[in-house]
Design a protein around this ligand. Structure first.
Ligand code: PMP
Length: 415
């Protein structure tokens, strides 16, 4: 971005103006949660100031306004992700909620003893533990697909395997630790040929690149609002229309029913049959505003800006002695998705994260909800710096300076 554009973006995020520990805040924890622009906070306030009412059932004006805005957001999101129809957009509370719904509502009934679900060792726990639990309960097997050395699924090895019992592939689009993007489109062609469901965790892809679920050819695709400049408590599960009949609601109650008898009931069509109870209306509406903001800024422009920052971060860290990087230059070149995982060879990541915080810099330390991957990398925890559209080259420079300072400080105290 030009300096002018960068400034105008940052002006939309008042949270960035504050000091932390007397230093200007540098927010490099976007892979965990991104900040929300003015317009999103306004959309939430506007809803409560003007439209707050329960949706769908009311005939009064406010109920109609709230319903129109809620369903309007669904339509906007459908267009944003390239869904064929708004009925394919199911509101959830986030990625975790969406994946749990798919495990129980879509896959469970199709899964038999000794069936197989394929996944990768890179998954976030939210796209792993629900499948472990399901497999245990149904006597099915969870299997890790072979990876190339760049952590992408090895398609040629995969294609040689017997596909008989494979029911589903559950895979992230982009890794929250390594930024690696999986070849979803190629996987979907293979999966479709073999009648295998393809379920994708898109939590780390949505805010950073254009997504078209139709081009990707997925059966389901989940993401969270709070990682895409939207509010917490809202997410989306895209479910391809061909599964709407077969998929089963996992929550029952008000809003999702068509007719309630004394002993049994029937349900509305998708998406409403999957949205029991009063949904997070304000958040759903404000998610549209967040995606509008991404569109307005330009998805491609954001991706390019973040790619430049990723390279700058990586190359800067490469030059500092005593830093271990977990992504190869080739991985960064192919996947500049704003995420860098690293460690100081002699400093515990939690100590380092506290030292960064003392300098006003927010980075994350830990296993990043990816303990299987941590074991593969042979580390207990890493530091992770992750950027968003409002971060700047100057912030990266400052981060690199602070990194050197932390290294020197710990070298000094350990003499
Ligand atoms: N998958 C990935 C790749 C993630 O990065 C995250 C959030 N860290 C999740 C799933 C879970 O998202 P949520 O906590 O919003 O449900």
């Amino acid at each position: 971005f030009s300096q002018e554009k960068s400034q105008s973006i940052r002006a939309q995020f008042p949270i960035l103006e504050q000091s932390v520990n007397n230093e200007p805040l540098i927010y490099f924890d976007n892979a965990a949660t991104s900040q929300t622009p003015h317009s999103v906070v306004e959309a939430l306030a506007d809803y409560y100031h003007h439209d707050n009412a329960n949706i769908h059932r009311g005939v009064h004006t406010l109920a109609e306004q709230a319903t129109r805005a809620y369903e309007g957001s669904r339509q906007y999101i459908a267009d944003f992700i390239g869904a064929k129809d708004p009925s394919e957009v199911i509101f959830t509370s986030g990625t975790t909620d969406g994946i749990n719904f798919l495990a129980r509502g879509l896959v469970e009934d199709q899964l038999e003893t000794d069936d197989i679900i394929l996944t990768t060792p890179l998954e976030h726990h939210s796209n792993l533990v629900p499948w472990q639990e399901l497999c245990q309960r149904k006597g099915a097997k969870l299997e890790y697909m072979p990876l190339n050395e760049d952590f992408q699924v090895n398609l040629s090895m995969l294609k040689k395997r017997n596909t008989e019992n494979i029911r589903a592939i559950v895979i992230q689009h982009v890794s929250n630790v390594l930024g690696v993007e999986q070849p979803i489109q190629a996987l979907s062609e293979w999966a479709r040929d073999h009648d295998i469901l393809l379920i994708v965790d898109g939590a780390q892809a949505i805010p950073h690149q254009a997504i078209n679920v139709n081009d990707l050819g997925v059966d389901a695709y989940c993401f969270s609002g709070h990682k895409a400049y939207g509010p917490t408590g809202i997410g989306v599960c895209y479910l391809n229309e061909r599964h709407h009949q077969q998929a089963r609601p996992v929550q029952y109650g008000g809003e999702m029913i068509h007719f309630v008898g004394d002993y049994e009931s029937n349900y509305k069509d998708s998406p409403w049959k999957f949205e029991a109870g009063t949904p997070p209306i304000a958040q759903a509406i404000a998610l549209q505003t967040a995606l509008e903001y991404i569109n307005q800024t330009g998805v491609e422009a954001i991706a390019q800006h973040e790619a430049a920052l990723t390279q700058q971060l990586y190359q800067g860290l490469q030059k500092i002695d005593g830093i271990e990087l977990y992504q190869s230059p080739a991985i960064i070149a192919r996947n500049p998705h704003g995420i860098i995982s690293f460690n100081f060879t002699t400093i515990h990541p939690h100590d380092a994260a506290s030292a960064y915080d003392m300098e006003g810099i927010a980075v994350r330390a830990g296993h990043h909800c990816a303990q299987v991957l941590m074991r593969k990398l042979d580390v207990a925890a890493t530091l992770r710096a992750s950027v968003g559209m409002y971060n700047t080259a100057a912030e990266v420079e400052q981060f690199l300076l602070v990194t050197k300072k932390i290294k020197e400080f710990f070298d000094y105290v350990s003499i």
